[in-house]
Design a protein around this ligand. Structure first.
Ligand code: MLT
Length: 255
């Protein structure tokens, strides 16, 4: 099984991902927030890259069955109901609702993968479900890190390395790793003992702390705390049925 990895979505063309299996990783915070939202009962998440598109799509249904969520510069967008903190997506606010979601890097990475055959969204919070999915599908795959405005981001790369490392430890899985996948594995091994510290020390972790979202970091660094594997089907993200193997709480656990 060949494993390719891109540290940002900016360097890859959409058509290069056509028919591939893609794991999108945005630890801080889109992956974590999307998994939380679906676990807490959101009907579906519709990712879009621009605010204008979010407003257009939500149209007349806005506020009743449809909410807008996401961020720019980490903060809730004007005219939206929800930001990009996993804690915004509590069951009482979002159960049964469709959420039009636009985040700076995560939505872009997901859009880049729209011609892929299989797209799942992973983070530390659901890493075992991603491992299980790749083991079952038994196909070459691409890890697409969301990065940070076209730049490398430590937390996504460490999470990607964790995925590769976990797979190398599985019986019966033979991997052929790209240099980027090897590099991510090395990064994971150097940070595996304290993922929260790594997340807190990352550029985006420090930025989120500076704007008041310090509590999001433990939620995003928790391993297997959200037993949901989000999957992009057409233009919509839904829970991948049959993937919920790991028991966990309904909201991210602070540790
Ligand atoms: C993104 O998609 O750019 C991130 O999730 C940003 C954030 O932390 O809200």
């Amino acid at each position: 099984m060949r494993v390719d990895l891109h540290f940002t979505p900016h360097q890859i063309d959409e058509l290069a991902l056509r028919d591939k299996t893609v794991v999108v990783i945005d630890v801080l915070r889109a992956s974590t927030t999307i998994a939380s939202a679906l676990h807490n009962g959101a009907k579906e998440i519709i990712p879009v890259t621009t605010v204008e598109r979010a407003v257009k799509i939500s149209g007349n249904l806005f506020g009743d069955h449809v909410l807008r969520g996401g961020e720019r510069n980490g903060k809730m967008i004007e005219g939206f109901n929800l930001g990009n903190s996993p804690f915004d997506y509590s069951e009482d606010k979002i159960r049964g609702k469709a959420i039009i979601f636009s985040s700076t890097n995560g939505s872009l990475a997901i859009e880049k993968a729209r011609f892929a055959r299989n797209v799942v969204i992973g983070g530390f919070v659901n890493i075992s479900l991603v491992v299980q999915f790749i083991k079952e599908i038994k196909q070459d795959f691409v890890i697409l890190c969301a990065g940070n405005n076209g730049m490398f981001s430590l937390e996504d790369s460490v999470c990607a390395g964790m995925l590769v490392h976990r797979l190398t430890e599985e019986d019966g899985v033979e991997l052929s790793l790209s240099d980027a996948a090897i590099a991510a594995t090395v990064l994971f091994k150097g940070n595996s003992k304290n993922l929260l510290k790594m997340v807190k020390n990352s550029e985006h972790g420090k930025y989120l702390t500076s704007i008041g979202y310090a509590d999001d970091l433990p939620a995003c660094a928790g391993v297997d705390t959200i037993p949901v594997l989000p999957q992009l089907l057409g233009n919509v993200i839904k829970v991948k049925r049959g993937a919920e193997k790991v028991e966990g709480p309904k909201v991210p656990v602070l540790s």
